[in-house]
Design a protein around this ligand. Structure first.
Ligand code: URA
Length: 321
């Protein structure tokens, strides 16, 4: 699809039909002013071309850190664009090699290596370093806002890190931001989030006593489930987040979060309602999975199971008081 001037012979009826077609095909928001032909130009996945911050800073790259592309001096951090960002944020901003301008594109199509595996490893390693360096939640949020190593960011409007208290006895981890969350920049603010708030209120918890986040920080296109690779790239940030929040209890919402955190392929119906002692980052904590509020909205009969799990959480929180 290439951008062209509006065709005066196309009626508003046809344009409305085209929009209808997009909606039926699952398009629910426009992510840019101009259409992008993703099939044109170098076939690189978002996040490919990710390069080591050390290399950009002129420092030696650790052994085994292959796949780093050379970086133009103009892409080094410290540019006016990044003024005001903290050190980790600047480093993260700098690690991505930007997509070349259209006229600079190679006219010869490279073979379809868009799912080359080198870049995610580099992204995860950079994520780990940035996460480790974040001494407080504000720095972690800044690093995430500037981090471009996760392909999900390419289609998301916002980075959604957390909602609620910075430190809390209860930490809630869901799957991924949805449309409302992406628009507002905070997790669980849509219909599922409203139900979550009512569930929490039923066991005497609210935003002042819980920390709410997701296993990935950007909305997957079309609300699909995040891939294991996307979850893995976000994981170092999540681990650091858990260390900073220091919860006594972790509640996982839905199968995707439970599978990612418990590192299992078991389904949510088997996983839910049972305590597991987990180590996430350097933090040891009791964790339980329950049904996702979005699922409960679609399947109200399952609310009784979630209610049972919530009562177990309530007892655990009261025991610890
Ligand atoms: N569903 C999730 O898993 N997370 C959100 O933030 C919103 C909906």
């Amino acid at each position: 699809m290439s951008q062209s001037a509006p065709d005066p012979t196309v009626s508003t009826h046809d344009l409305a039909a085209l929009l209808d077609w997009y909606v039926s095909a699952g398009v629910d928001c426009a992510v840019g002013e101009a259409p992008v032909d993703w099939l044109d130009g170098p076939p690189r996945a978002p996040g490919a071309g990710f390069v080591w911050p050390e290399r950009q800073a002129g420092m030696p790259v650790q052994p085994g850190a292959e796949g780093a592309a050379p970086v133009e001096p103009s892409q080094r951090h410290g540019s006016g664009h990044d003024a005001g960002l903290g050190e980790p944020a600047q480093a993260a901003r700098a690690v991505v090699q930007r997509r070349p301008a259209p006229n600079a594109r190679d006219s010869v199509r490279a073979p379809p290596d868009r799912f080359a595996t080198g870049a995610p490893d580099a992204a995860e390693t950079a994520a780990r370093r940035l996460a480790r360096e974040a001494q407080d939640m504000a720095t972690l949020v800044g690093s995430l806002n500037a981090f471009d190593g996760c392909g999900l960011k390419a289609t998301a409007k916002s980075t959604c890190v957390f909602r609620g208290a910075e430190q809390a006895r209860v930490m809630i981890i869901g799957e991924a931001p949805g449309r409302d969350e992406d628009l507002e920049g905070r997790p669980f603010v849509g219909r599922a989030g409203q139900l979550l708030d009512r569930m929490l209120a039923a066991i005497d918890l609210d935003e002042t006593s819980v920390h709410i986040t997701n296993v990935v920080y950007w909305r997957p296109p079309g609300n699909r489930t995040p891939t294991p690779q996307e979850t893995q790239i976000c994981r170092p940030f999540l681990e650091r987040q858990v260390e900073l929040v220091a919860p006594e209890v972790v509640l996982l919402l839905g199968g995707a979060a439970a599978k990612a955190i418990f590192d299992t392929q078991e389904g949510i119906m088997r996983l839910r309602g049972k305590w597991r002692n987990i180590e996430i980052g350097s933090h040891q904590v009791r964790a339980m999975a329950t049904l996702h509020p979005a699922y409960l909205l679609r399947t109200p009969a399952a609310k009784r199971l979630a209610w049972r799990d919530l009562l177990t959480i309530k007892t655990a929180v009261q025991e610890k008081k």
